[in-house]
Design a protein around this ligand. Structure first.
Ligand SMILES: C[S@@+](CC[C@H](N)C(=O)[O-])C[C@H]1O[C@@H](n2cnc3c(N)ncnc32)[C@H](O)[C@@H]1O
Length: 393
């Protein structure tokens, strides 16, 4: 458990509407107390309205909405056809979604990782950490089709349109790569997002979310809500006050060497997370467990496989628990629900189907296609297409 070590080394989180967003930990050289902000009358946010700018490169233009999210603001580099999708989106975002009066964390220095988030209270599975809309969204092909000489000035102009608080938060993000700062920030801190339709692939950047460090055994899961395009982060197991809140940037089910390789190649860091810093002996055991998880899930996922037993399923649950994979349970629960039903065990099938719905919604959001199958199973396990599928009706 990591405690905030010195009060001077941690900042309380401030919602974006405040006059000073950027925690001074971002700028270590500034150690003197910040001047008291001048008394200014708070201005009402501008109305939420998308505007096209004349700043374009080929088919990509900058669009801005300074009133988005109750004055939080957002800029987009995309095609005019895509911007129409945002007009719908605007209505889907609740006015207050960018503000959180009492967030459950503080920003703090974390040894060996730069800045991170520490919980400021006890948290439980299902608790929301934050829900944020992006500061900037950029069409995927902008990076593929435009040269860096074209990308850099357009990105710089786009960021310059953001309201000051969000712009400062954007520029304070960690960047790992040499060359253009904005490109490097985006390469270190972006998420893939899909606006739907055949040309909907974009990258989104959420400055506040960028403070989550990585852990191969995270206590927080995240998802992009496709309806509101917000980044939603949720606690997956009990968290004590002072514990670091961490998400996984990687596939947690890969062996340690592969995870290390990917962290280095994509984000340029040697992963020093709770799982990667185990002893060699424990790492070997962990990799073996991960292999066994893949093998059991392979059998459970194949309707033609023979020898599926309840013992095998109990073993799978034990492996997940030992590996602390509470953020990846949705798929495992769903497999168990189906297989218990295929073995004619309605009680366990319904139990795991209910757990599956909860876990999948937490990990991926509501409305996932497979969840209707789980709900049908919960309603009537014996009438479900999977009933006794492995043993004959
Ligand atoms: C998205 S940022 C996370 C916030 C960052 N620590 C900061 O100060 O803003 C990703 C960077 O944080 C650091 N980091 C995140 N997780 C880490 C880990 N498990 N071990 C070491 N460094 C880590 C790496 O430098 C990585 O490139």
């Amino acid at each position: 458990i990591q405690k905030p070590f010195l009060s001077t080394n941690s900042c309380p989180w401030k919602p974006l509407s405040s006059t000073e967003l950027t925690c001074r930990l971002d700028h270590d050289q500034h150690t003197s107390p910040s001047p008291t902000p001048k008394e200014t009358k708070p201005q009402p946010p501008p109305p939420s309205k998308w505007e096209a700018t004349d700043q374009c490169s080929g088919k990509f233009c900058i669009f801005k909405n300074l009133g988005f999210g109750n004055g939080r603001g957002m800029v987009v580099i995309t095609t005019p056809a895509n911007i129409k999708k945002f007009k719908v989106l605007e209505k889907a975002i609740p006015k207050s979604s960018s503000e959180q009066p009492s967030p459950p964390f503080i920003i703090s220095k974390i040894p060996g990782k730069g800045i991170g988030l520490l919980s400021n209270r006890t948290l439980h599975r299902g608790d929301n950490i934050m829900t944020k809309s992006p500061a900037i969204l950029i069409h995927r092909t902008f990076f593929e089709q435009a040269s860096p000489q074209i990308q850099s000035p357009l990105l710089k102009r786009a960021i310059s349109h953001l309201p000051k608080t969000l712009r400062d938060a954007f520029l304070a993000q960690m960047s790992h790569f040499p060359g253009d700062k904005i490109l490097s920030i985006l390469a270190t801190n972006s998420f893939q997002m899909d606006l739907g339709g055949k040309d909907g692939h974009h990258y989104g950047n959420f400055p506040e979310v960028s403070r989550f460090n990585h852990d191969c055994r995270p206590n927080v899961a995240f998802r992009i809500d496709q309806k509101t395009l917000t980044h939603v982060s949720t606690v997956v197991r009990d968290v004590k006050e002072g514990e670091e809140l961490v998400i996984s940037y990687l596939d947690s089910l890969e062996p340690r060497d592969k995870r290390q390789e990917r962290a280095k190649a994509t984000w340029g860091f040697e992963c020093s997370c709770s799982q990667c810093s185990l002893s060699q002996k424990e790492i070997k055991k962990s990799d073996k467990r991960l292999e066994e998880i893949k093998s059991i899930e392979g059998k459970l996922g194949d309707v033609s496989s023979r020898g599926v037993t309840k013992k095998m399923m109990e073993r799978l649950m034990k492996l997940y628990k030992e590996e602390r994979l509470e953020g990846n349970l949705g798929g495992a629960y769903t497999l168990l629900a189906m297989n218990y039903n295929m073995l004619g065990d309605a009680k366990n099938a319904v139990k795991y189907a209910k757990l599956g719905v909860e876990a999948v919604e937490l990990e991926s959001g509501k409305g996932q296609p497979d969840m209707e199958v789980m709900r049908e199973l919960i309603r009537d396990p014996r009438g479900h297409f999977s009933w006794k599928g492995r043993i004959g009706r």
